[in-house]
Design a protein around this ligand. Structure first.
Ligand code: SF4
Length: 97
């Protein structure tokens, strides 16, 4: 499965209906921005996340769902793997600064 074939961010989040998504900075944006193909820039997605009022909630959601692709809470899949590896206790979630 390629990244583009993965379920998109909006569909996943809307299906689970977390209340915080109503305040997401990415609402109405192209979901493909948040699911780049290998080698494509994530700068615009991460810039959007940086100003998002629900970034922490989004990151927590993604960390609870390791199969999710793309940018969540300002992190890539690789970033999240590093965060998980950095956590000696898998139930604890990192706090964004
Ligand atoms: S942190 Fe990023 S991906 Fe998550 S809801 Fe906010 S803008 Fe969307």
């Amino acid at each position: 499965m390629t990244i583009r074939e993965a379920p998109d961010l909006v569909a996943i989040v809307l299906a689970s209906r977390p209340e915080w998504f109503a305040r997401a900075a990415c609402r109405g944006l192209d979901p493909e921005l948040f699911h780049p193909e290998r080698g494509e820039s994530v700068r615009e997605a991460k810039a959007t996340c940086a100003r998002c009022p629900v970034r922490q909630e989004c990151l927590d959601f993604a960390l609870d769902s390791p199969e999710h692709f793309g940018i969540w809470g300002g992190t890539s899949g690789r970033d999240r793997r590093r965060l998980r590896i950095g956590q000696n206790q898998p139930r604890r979630k990192p706090r964004l600064s």
